[in-house]
Design a protein around this ligand. Structure first.
Ligand SMILES: NC(=O)c1ccc[n+]([C@@H]2O[C@H](COP(=O)([O-])OP(=O)(O)OC[C@H]3O[C@@H](n4cnc5c(N)ncnc54)[C@H](OP(=O)(O)O)[C@@H]3O)[C@@H](O)[C@H]2O)c1
Length: 235
């Protein structure tokens, strides 16, 4: 059966690698919707995927700021009208601006929560209101949401909330046959990680393709046998 996946934060890092795997694998996912903000990186990523699309899958790119609730709601309803049921949702977009507690700017804390927590909530709630029946929701949290890290207050708090929100979604949506899996990656060599750890050698840590491979597995037929509330993925 043909399946549609929607991946946020699809312009680079873990999100782009997830889309690449879903597009290039022969599997059931035949339509992939990519959400990210307008950027040259995003345009280049979409062009590259379209030029290396061995199974002729449908790729739909949507320019939207996941942290802008009104814009996000419009994009969700447009995407649903265009592609129909979203079987797999990967809530991956993430933002961080690590600073010590005394330097936290409240507006930036709100921005962190808007992108990392309210965005995923809005995607799930609005799609449910539109009548969408999910097979699988993958919420990307972080090991920083399990153990708070010094200097990462806003990010750690937002990711802890994602883990908890996922547990509630998992319980409430089970009656619809929807699986909800939260994954918590550890250090992964991406632009976001460079913000958190600018001096680290990216060659020594997990690569975004490794995390994407786990997400691809969750979306594959064998993924239904993974029974975990919060899957930790780390070296
Ligand atoms: N890298 C790590 O070590 C690590 C560890 C644990 C968890 N994670 C989580 O993994 C997820 C993916 O991050 P990554 O490491 O792959 O980082 P990344 O390479 O910097 O990618 C982040 C993605 O999120 C998107 N994004 C950020 N703000 C957005 C917004 N307001 N609206 C729409 N898209 C937005 C970015 O797109 P645009 O900026 O182009 O819009 C980009 O596609 C995040 O949730 C992150 O917290 C990462």
């Amino acid at each position: 059966m043909s399946r549609t996946a929607l991946v946020t934060g699809a312009s680079r890092g873990i999100g782009l690698e997830t889309v690449r795997r879903l597009v290039q694998a022969p599997g059931e996912t035949t339509t992939v919707v990519m959400f990210a903000r307008e950027s040259e990186d995003f345009t280049a990523a979409v062009a590259e995927l379209e030029s290396a699309n061995p199974h002729g899958k449908r790729i739909v790119a949507c320019r939207v700021d996941v942290g802008d609730r009104a814009a996000l709601q419009q994009a969700i309803s447009d995407a649903y009208r265009e592609v129909g049921t979203i079987h797999t949702l990967v809530n991956n977009a993430g933002y961080t601006n690590p600073v010590p507690l005394q330097q936290v700017d409240f507006a930036d804390f709100e921005r962190t929560m808007a992108v990392n927590l309210y965005g995923p909530f809005t995607l799930v709630q609005d799609l449910l209101h539109l009548g969408n029946q999910f097979d699988l929701i993958v919420n990307v949290a972080s090991t920083a949401g399990i153990t708070g890290r010094s200097g990462w207050l806003t990010y750690s708090a937002s990711k802890a909330a994602v883990i908890n929100m996922s547990q509630v979604m998992r319980e409430e949506l089970a009656i619809y046959g929807t699986r909800v899996v939260c994954i918590s990656p550890g250090r992964t060599a991406t632009a976001l990680r460079r913000v958190l750890a600018p001096d680290e050698d990216p060659g020594t840590i997990m690569q975004p393709g490794h995390v994407a491979q786990v997400i691809e597995m969750l979306a594959s037929p064998v993924g239904r046998f993974v029974d975990s509330e919060n899957l930790v993925v780390r070296q």
